[in-house]
Design a protein around this ligand. Sequence first.
Ligand SMILES: [Zn+2]
Ligand SMILES: [Zn+2]
Length: 285
Amino acid sequence: MTLSQWDRRIRRANELTSTYPFAAEGLRFYSRVATFQKSLYEEIQKALPVLPKILSDAPLRDELDLFALLPKFPGFLSAIEQVAPAPLAQAAVDLSQKGAAVWQRVIQDFWLAEAESPAEVSAAEEDATNEADEAIPSQRLLAWIFLQPYAEYLANRRAPMHLDGTPSLCPLCGGKPVVGVLRSEGDGAKKSLICMLCAHEWNFRRIYCPACGEEREPQMAFYSASEIAHVRVDVCDTCHTYLKTVDLTKTGLALPVVDELATIPLDLWANEHGYRKLQVNLLGA
Ligand SMILES: [Zn+2]
Ligand SMILES: [Zn+2]
């Protein structure tokens, strides 16, 4: 992924603000977040040495350059404070007052966690800390937003790898998929998934549940709405999980990660029908 990838995300978020007014507030926030992430990506690129792409089987999360990242964290928190909705802005204020040792713990905890979504903090984990219940998911959300550019930077330094089979978690960093993609191939379409953390995209099977491995066709269905024809909800009736898939054969203009954020009515439909999202997005939907 190059710098222009950030610009494309920002531009797409701005475009969709008028297409989907119901998502405008979230998209404006995302656009500001992506603007900050773009500058962080540029700083990381400058701070770390230019190396040739590496062929590595080591998990991406083995690397964490706190020396380069920690000094950027206070600036990130004050940027979030200015653009985020009230609860997240307050969480950024609270965290900014806690100092470097806590920042480091929050960053490390997210980086080392096995790709759990911020909304899925277990009761046991909450009991294990003295923080207010609300504070923990917000802190993890902040760490997630902050670490995305670094994770993408590391992912972009990896040479393309050969995949055996179709893993349900990101083959580079172990993150969950945040959105699926359909791209034209021959007469049909091939499916891939995009990682919630490092944005790596890997090939996936058309009919296969990334949550439970279900592959029987009647259990794997999808729902779509005529007003949002290029995005569908892939549901699994075995584990009641869903993930949206952006169909690029229907429009080449879409940018899966951003269109996923904007298509809120599909999440409402899925929730009303008892499906739980495989990976909550940055806006908490
Ligand atoms: Zn990843
Ligand atoms: Zn399933």
